[in-house]
Design a binder for this molecule. Structure first.
Ligand SMILES: *[C@@H]1O[C@H](CO)[C@@H](O)[C@H](O)[C@H]1NC(C)=O
Ligand SMILES: *[C@@H]1O[C@H](CO)[C@@H](O)[C@H](O)[C@H]1NC(C)=O
Ligand SMILES: *[C@@H]1O[C@H](CO)[C@@H](O)[C@H](O)[C@H]1NC(C)=O
Ligand SMILES: *[C@@H]1O[C@H](CO)[C@@H](O)[C@H](O)[C@H]1NC(C)=O
Ligand SMILES: *[C@@H]1O[C@H](CO)[C@@H](O)[C@H](O)[C@H]1NC(C)=O
Ligand SMILES: *[C@@H]1O[C@H](CO)[C@@H](O)[C@H](O)[C@H]1NC(C)=O
Length: 484
């Protein structure tokens, strides 16, 4: 998976595929093991030898959620809270080091939940690290995993999974500046700030692209959010008053259980459970080309045509970038590529300066080693600065002129596409399989990612000329483009 990720032209669909397969398998095989509704001091568990994809050890009183071992990949596991009717994980521990599905792994409760794998290290791989420690563990019918103390039934739990989210917020869960959501690959994050919520793509922790931002209408500082069962994200001011209600499609219809999930494509979705399936209820970034990872680094996205190609060809798909900048010795060697008629959908979130000419815009970037590229708008004479590695840009009219730096002596450059075509072929076959599986998996779960726009009542970001809904076959189309 790792090498695929590094080279992958369409990393996110691959990841999505794996996740979907895991979900399907989980659905098929939930181990029948004795589960309780409370774990006491002294509890220990080791993953069983059978082929279960999820092994529950604790359920909530309503039997809708369970906490236990979830298989990850072929041989690893993670601790997860799963929505049993759908097998959808709503929480994962996400230890830094994934532990083995093997007898060497132990989950125990000694006042804290502790996960160890003696095959990896003696010290715990993950722990709840609560202080003071608790007496017992329960799973609430909200899906919150809590460590509580005896005789303190009304007091706040000493630890709760709601304070340590992974990629999902469920209804009633507090979303604060301290509890951002992440994708499993740590590529994307969803954060709440001073009066806004926003999506970011991250590069090694130092650089990031902010590609979506929603500012609360009546914010008074550091807001926090809660997904409301009535079908909206309630944004609270520090004092508790309303900063905004961000409505979902199910607004004010008392339908099922809601969740918001930051998915591996970097988009934020809300769903509700209608008793049979998760119904898509909200999509943050409406235009697929507006996601910086859609066509990968130095990728080119065609909004009307649902296809990807390359701004700059690499050896496997488009040229891959690393993180970092062009500052300092050994880093300053670059060439550049000019391309008219490209932009990104989030120019309004980018740093921009007003310049006299295209030449001035490019010079600004040339003399600044942390600049990766610019977009020059010749009507407004705005020069937009890209301060992190170049990701997907969007083909659009001719209002913008792009200038992009390319690191020399790393990987391929724009000219070596000849060898790349063949190497890309094996990858391509993999993609066909992957995309097919994605569709089977997604169809099975009734999840509509791109073509359900009509249900969404929020205005679209529309910067890049005429856009169109992604058709159901969009992944296939994306793929067939890379094949040519
Ligand atoms: C969840 O539990 C609370 C009490 O903790 C109860 O009031 C509520 O009705 C339960 N909800 C469901 C859906 O079981
Ligand atoms: C949610 O977070 C806010 C801000 O940290 C806090 O004021 C509020 O009490 C929290 N609410 C719950 C139910 O934990
Ligand atoms: C939504 O429901 C709340 C009460 O649950 C009500 O105050 C509000 O007016 C409703 N909004 C709409 C748009 O129906
Ligand atoms: C990239 O490769 C594709 C297919 O191999 C080719 O059609 C295209 O012209 C190349 N683009 C550049 C900028 O070299
Ligand atoms: C901007 O530049 C492009 C490319 O040179 C040109 O086609 C377009 O007409 C220009 N737009 C304006 C408003 O000058
Ligand atoms: C260099 O560019 C970065 C963003 O690309 C910007 O934050 C910084 O202020 C610029 N530095 C100078 C000296 O212009």
């Amino acid at each position: 998976m790792k090498s695929t990720t590094e080279k992958g032209f369409y990393m996110d669909p691959f990841f999505l595929c794996c996740t979907a397969i895991i979900l399907l398998l989980v659905h098929g095989t939930i181990a029948a093991s004795s589960t309780t509704t409370q774990l006491s001091n002294g509890f220990t568990a080791t993953p069983s030898k059978n082929d279960a994809e999820f092994e529950p050890h604790l359920t909530d009183p309503s039997g809708v959620f369970a906490f236990g071992f979830m298989q990850v990949g072929m041989t690893k596991l993670d601790l997860a809270v799963i929505h049993l009717p759908s097998s959808q994980p709503v929480w994962r521990a996400m230890p830094f080091n994934p532990v083995n599905w093997a007898a060497t792994t132990t989950l125990s409760f000694d006042g804290n939940l502790v996960l160890t794998d003696s095959a990896i290290q003696k010290d715990p791989i993950w722990s709840t690290n609560a202080s003071p420690i608790g007496d017992f563990v329960v799973l609430r019918n909200t899906s919150n995993l809590e460590i509580n103390r005896f005789g303190n039934e009304n007091a706040k739990s000493v630890w709760q999974s709601f304070d340590h989210p992974f990629d999902t917020l469920v209804q009633g869960q507090n979303f604060t500046a301290l509890t951002p959501l992440f994708t499993a690959d740590k590529r994307y994050t969803f954060r709440i700030g001073m009066g806004y919520i926003a999506l970011y793509m991250m590069f090694g922790g130092r650089q990031e692209i902010n590609y979506w931002k929603h500012t609360a209408l009546e914010s008074e500082g550091q807001i926090y959010g809660v997904v409301d069962p009535q079908g909206f994200l309630y944004l609270h001011n520090p004092g508790g008053s309303k900063a905004e209600q961000l409505p979902f499609t199910s607004y004010n219809r008392s339908v099922g259980f809601h969740r918001m999930t930051l998915q591996s494509d970097g988009n934020l979705y809300a769903y509700y459970w209608d008793g049979k399936q998760w119904v898509l209820d909200y999509t943050a970034v409406q235009e697929q080309c507006g996601l910086p990872g859609t066509c990968g680094s130095y990728g080119l996205c065609y909004p009307g045509q649902h296809t990807c190609s390359c701004l700059i060809n690499g050896t496997d798909g488009c040229l891959q970038t690393d993180s970092g900048d062009f500052c300092g010795k050994g880093n300053s060697d670059y060439s550049f590529v000019r391309r008219a008629g490209v932009t990104v959908e989030y120019t309004d979130l980018m740093l921009s300066i007003t310049v006299e000419s295209l030449d001035d815009c490019e010079k600004t970037c040339d003399t600044n080693c942390s600049c990766w590229g610019t977009l020059f708008a010749n009507t407004s004479k705005n020069c937009y600065l890209m301060d992190s590695p170049i990701q997907t840009v969007v083909v659009s009219g001719n209002a913008y002129q792009g200038y992009f730096k390319v690191r020399n002596g790393k990987g391929g450059n724009g000219d070596d596409s000849s060898g790349g075509g063949k190497k890309g072929h094996g990858m391509t076959i993999g993609l066909v399989v992957a995309f097919t599986l994605i569709f089977v998996a997604l169809a099975g779960y009734g999840v509509y990612f791109f073509w359900d726009r009509k249900r969404n009542q929020l205005p679209r970001v529309q910067l890049g000329g005429p856009t169109q809904e992604m058709a159901q076959g969009s992944y296939k189309d994306l793929h067939s483009m890379s094949n040519t």
